[in-house]
Ligand binder design. Sequence first.
Ligand code: URA
Length: 242
Amino acid sequence: MNTLERLDKIISTQTSYSRKEIKKLARMGDIQVNGGVCKNSDTKINPNTDIVTVCGEKISYQKYVYYMLNKPKGVLSASNDKNAVTVVDILPQELKRKNLFPAGRLDKDTTGLLIITDDGDFAHRMLSPSKKVYKHYIATLDKELDDTVKEKFENGIVLSDGTVCQKAFFEKLEPKKALVKICEGKFHQVKKMFLSCSYMVVDLERVQIGELKLDSNLHYGQARILSEKEKQAVFSVKNDQI
Ligand code: URA
């Protein structure tokens, strides 16, 4: 691709510098393009071929980024918040850039796999129930599961407000633990589904999205870049899911 873009636009999307700061850095001679100092931040460059450095650091150009976070408890699934620490706040500095947001929300007390990106189309496709991207949760309940719950989940739970959920996958793992797979993302959905069967969810972890599994090497609060193959795994839909 040979599209030319403004230098300040490219640097501002790939870093956390504002355009004003970039202008100042350029004037001070801290920005180089292909080895030469560039004092005008509105210079047009080709982000795919031109080599840009800011204060000696090379800017690696990527249109969009995709991260996997093992979300800890107590952190809000949002980009920013006046009062609470968000999933974007806890990303390591080297992964931070503008316009990042969580693709779908996990409750504050839910842990596990969360994708953080700046690609709105990716998030939309991942979240749209019609794309059949199943989100896998392990739920721990307040009491032992009886045999009727599986059938209720598989037939489509009706929530207390009358909302009908799509058929869900259900597997009892332990007396008080189950694996649930859903492709919708209603507010507090898993908790409400169990509540309609008279169970309280005491712990909830998302372990998989589509065919993408939570990396077991990531501790709570750690994040890493998704590979191309992992990005595709999100959308590799298995027909026999339900
Ligand atoms: N369902 C819930 O109830 N909570 C979550 O965080 C995700 C799914």
